[in-house]
Design a protein around this ligand. Structure first.
Ligand code: FE2
Length: 212
């Protein structure tokens, strides 16, 4: 089930003594807030696509070609509708730069599209991209994605990484703080693995063109 980013509170038991409420203390629920956008009607926010998108990327879930030598990222997630229904058959088209901050503008390195399965799930084997300086100034590491439900409008957005991510000797906290285009709602949740990171990010997208 999807998680909610909201801070939930549960109200302590209300005991009545002599007609007076003696305990009604809000108690914060334990555990950290979720960073991944939740399926609570909160659609994944858009971002500019930039000039480096290329149509007709190969259909594949594994972007790890021999020339790719960056920090591994095993990214998984679920595509939801705003009504929290899983969206199968959604088109996800990913593109990103490599371990040196370079995009492949000649071929299709670190580019690929796929469709979510019948449970709305997607899976991408890739690397954590490096930061780079470009048309929009110094960019924090990010993965571009265009996603579209069957019959829905396309959404273009960018996914980011937590401040404590360790890759390429870079200070992700400083890079994130210095990127004026970052949207931290679009932060991938990551966990270390033996060869890199496991990441999760769930999308919430419109499934009907013209839907509010
Ligand atoms: Fe980019």
């Amino acid at each position: 089930m999807p998680n909610s980013r909201r801070a939930f509170f549960k109200t302590g038991a209300v005991a009545i003594a002599g007609g007076a409420a003696v305990s009604a203390v809000p108690v914060a629920k334990a555990g950290p807030l979720q960073v991944t956008p939740a399926c609570a009607g909160h659609e994944t926010p858009p971002a500019f696509d930039g000039p480096l998108f290329k149509p007709n990327s190969p259909e594949r879930t594994n972007l790890l070609t021999p020339s790719v030598r960056g920090v591994r990222l095993d990214l998984r997630g679920v595509v939801y509708s705003p009504q929290c229904q899983t969206v199968g058959g959604a088109l996800l088209d990913f593109w990103q730069c490599d371990q040196n901050g370079d995009y492949d503008t000649v071929g299709f390195g670190l580019r690929g599209h796929q469709r979510s399965n019948s449970k709305g799930e997607y899976h991408l084997n890739t690397i954590i991209p490096r930061d780079y300086f470009g048309q929009w100034g110094w960019r924090a590491p990010h993965i571009h994605v265009q996603i579209q439900a069957p019959g829905g409008p396309p959404l273009v957005t960018q996914l980011y990484f937590p401040d404590d991510t360790q890759a390429y000797g870079r200070d992700f906290a400083a890079l994130n703080a210095g990127d004026e285009f970052i949207n931290r709602v679009c932060t991938i949740q990551v966990a270390r693995t033996g060869s890199g990171y496991r990441g999760t990010f769930d999308f919430v997208i419109k499934t009907t063109v013209g839907a509010p």
